[in-house]
Ligand binder design. Structure first.
Ligand SMILES: Nc1ncnc2c1ncn2[C@@H]1O[C@H](COP(=O)(O)OP(=O)(O)OP(=O)(O)O)[C@@H](O)[C@H]1O
Length: 279
């Protein structure tokens, strides 16, 4: 079962096509990472899912139901701007979230406060950008919502906080059966915790899959290696990313797949069908 399905989502802003026919799905109990360069359309996609920005066309299906406001108690959203209300304290946020979300996990939240030395009297707007990111992410995880959407949750975090948040994200999925859609630029660390990914560039999805399946469908070979029955995705320095299940080369790492697809899009051929003849 899918927690979230995004179907044929398109969006124009000021006459410019920002998203074009976006399709991807997040299976329940998994973590899907939306990756892509600055301005690719990650934040706009997440906002369109939550209806924070109205979509021009397409569908958003959450737990088999078309998205509507009544589903908001099942979804927690950490926005990219980390905007907080002026003059509200952490306690006000705590009370607000606790009231809004029926599955609120009080123990989890209180543990976090004591571990990181936060107190409920702190004014949210006076927290640093990293602290806001951490607090808003923890508030989202404490909601117990079935689906959490996080825009760059590890951005601005120090290494220890980043490690801790990734641990808590994994715990939320593995132990509580939650589902997460997040956006990230951290393509080297995603393999640690994401299970699926979607690569977006210029408002288009270039490739989406589970990480395991994507690795099985691709190989990295050296420039001088023979290539058979394979489509070249991209040539990267002295390596080639191939789409093939032939027993050649090595399985790629996730970051190689991501860089390969972004590079191929840059060069104007999403996936080349060219076959390199055997030498
Ligand atoms: N309110 C807006 N008005 C005009 N253009 C916008 C608006 N919001 C987004 N855009 C444009 O839409 C495109 C996608 O932006 P978006 O913020 O979704 O990208 P992103 O992938 O999240 O980027 P980043 O990684 O830098 O956060 C950009 O070209 C951006 O300038």
């Amino acid at each position: 079962m899918y927690a979230l399905q995004v179907k044929s989502l398109s969006k124009q802003i000021d006459g410019k096509q920002i998203l074009s026919n976006i399709n991807f799905a997040v299976p329940q109990g998994e973590i899907l990472a939306l990756v892509g360069p600055n301005g690719a359309g990650k934040t706009t996609t997440l906002k369109c899912i939550m209806n924070a920005v109205p979509r021009d066309s397409g569908e958003v299906i959450v737990f088999d139901r078309p998205f509507d406001a009544s589903l908001k108690i099942d979804i927690a959203f950490v926005t990219e701007d980390r905007r907080v209300f002026d003059n509200l304290r952490l306690e006000d946020y705590y009370n607000m979230y606790k009231t809004l979300y029926p599955s609120w996990n009080d123990q989890f939240f209180k543990n976090f406060l004591s571990k990181y030395g936060f107190n409920l009297g702190q004014e949210m707007q006076k927290l640093s950008r990293g602290q806001k990111t951490l607090v808003l992410s923890i508030l989202a995880l404490a909601t117990g919502a079935k689906l959490i959407i996080m825009d760059e949750p590890t951005q601005h975090l120090d290494p220890a906080s980043r490690y801790e948040l990734i641990h808590l994200i994994k715990q939320y999925v593995n132990e509580m059966g939650g589902t997460i859609l997040l956006s990230s630029h951290e393509i080297f660390e995603l393999e640690e915790y994401a299970t699926s990914f979607a690569i977006i560039k210029n408002g288009r999805i270039l490739y989406t899959d589970t990480i395991d399946d994507a690795k099985h469908k691709h190989r990295i070979v050296r420039l001088n290696e023979n290539i058979r029955n394979a489509r070249i995705v991209a040539v990267m320095e002295d390596e080639i990313l191939l789409r093939t299940q032939e027993d050649i080369g090595e399985y790629p790492r996730l970051n190689q797949i991501i860089v390969g697809y972004l590079k191929s899009a840059e060069e104007g051929s999403i996936v080349s069908d060219m076959q390199v003849p055997n030498e």
